[in-house]
Unconditional design. Structure first.
Length: 376
């Protein structure tokens, strides 16, 4: 009986076509992730915000999603774009020699190294996985395998040596390409909209503004979510701002981006936000809202149990536990959410002053200037 023959190894040219297809697939993933990053920071749920563990939006809104002034996804666009260009260049060359297959291997190897680092960050620091990110990692691994095949028959070491020698032999062209690459990255870093940065409420206020009636503070309504990283940042900024403005009053309303309690949310952007909002309400019932408020926002990375937080802020834990499941707590949370739905809150944090909505920051332009200090 004849023995089955092994499939023929991928030829270098077919390997280059495979590398080009995988690089383009990775580029498509990176472009989608760049768009997803922007949408997640605007509070728009993606299709892959499945649960707490598999949640692209949680990864996209983590502090590890931006590197050197650009979203990590944009760096992926650069890497897969470079790999696509090198694969296409190698396919277009009909002469002898490996160039630029050795360079394609180096780009693919660097991409896989970056993917391993990102996987470790997702596992150890974020505690969530992005399935589109995983797809781009798979594309990078496939790209590396195809690049290795494309370096035949010389082999990877010989192809890399030949390509690096070609680079050194053409210093003018190499310098021009390096300058172009640096200019592209620098321009992207300078021009890319920094939507992930929420401006702090400024201390300087315009002269014009609406003054509250005598003896009554201006009321600012804040809609917030304890799993929202921008809410945590805004919380610290708002506290610092209000400390010098006793004429202003902040009213917190819970608006968790979690469909288990918020009917306006279709996908679980923040899967435990409803439970955390109830924890804040129950701490308020014991007169410890400010302490629990700080603790819940500070807990976004550590993710300690709400009962541990309750003990730390000095709550009566059995009473707290009973409160979490009470009808009164559910009704209070429902009232806050209904107010957010009525006011058409598009994302968190959102601030409402005199009927005007501002997302991400207190609209200081609508506030009266601080009162002048009284002279003796």
């Amino acid at each position: 009986m004849p023995r089955p023959t092994a499939p023929a190894p991928l030829s270098p040219r077919r390997a280059l076509w495979a590398a080009l297809a995988l690089a383009l697939a990775g580029l498509a993933c990176a472009l989608y992730l760049a768009r997803l990053h922007q949408q997640a920071h605007a509070g728009i749920a993606s299709f892959c915000a499945i649960n707490e563990t598999f949640n692209c939006d949680r990864v996209a809104t983590s502090r590890y999603s931006v590197l050197l002034g650009l979203p990590v996804a944009v760096w992926g666009v650069f890497a897969f774009g470079a790999a696509s260009a090198l694969a296409a260049w190698a396919l277009a060359r009909r002469g002898t020699g490996s160039f630029p297959r050795g360079l394609l291997f180096l780009v693919a190897l660097a991409s896989v190294g970056a993917c391993v680092a990102l996987a470790l960050v997702s596992k150890l620091l974020i505690g969530a996985w992005c399935i589109v990110c995983a797809a781009s990692w798979a594309a990078a691994l496939g790209l590396l395998a195809a690049a290795v095949r494309a370096c035949r028959p010389e082999g990877v070491p010989a192809a890399v040596r030949e390509d690096l020698a070609a680079v050194r032999a053409n210093p003018a062209s190499t310098a021009a390409l390096a300058t172009l690459a640096v200019a592209v990255v620098a321009s992207a870093a300078a021009l890319y909209p920094r939507y992930w940065e929420r401006p702090a409420p400024g201390a300087a206020l315009p002269a014009a503004g609406k003054r509250a009636a005598a003896g009554h503070p201006v009321v600012i309504y804040e809609f917030s979510d304890y799993e929202c990283p921008f809410c945590a940042r805004a919380h610290e900024e708002t506290k610092a701002f209000l400390a010098s403005r006793p004429d202003l009053k902040l009213v917190r309303r819970h608006f968790p981006l979690d469909p288990s309690c918020n009917p306006a949310v279709k996908k679980a952007i923040h899967p435990v936000a409803c439970a955390l909002a109830r924890a804040g309400i129950c701490a308020e019932a014991q007169g410890k809202f400010a302490q629990m408020d700080d603790a819940l926002f500070a807990n976004q990375e550590a993710r300690r149990s709400i009962f541990e937080l309750a003990r730390r802020v000095g709550l009566d834990v059995p009473r707290f536990e009973k409160c979490l499941g009470s009808r009164e707590t559910a009704e209070r949370l429902a009232l806050d959410i209904a107010a957010g739905v009525r006011d058409q809150i598009p994302a968190t944090p959102a601030f409402l002053v005199d009927g005007t909505l501002s997302v991400g920051r207190i609209p200081t332009e609508l506030l009266p200037p601080p009162a002048a200090p009284a002279h003796p």
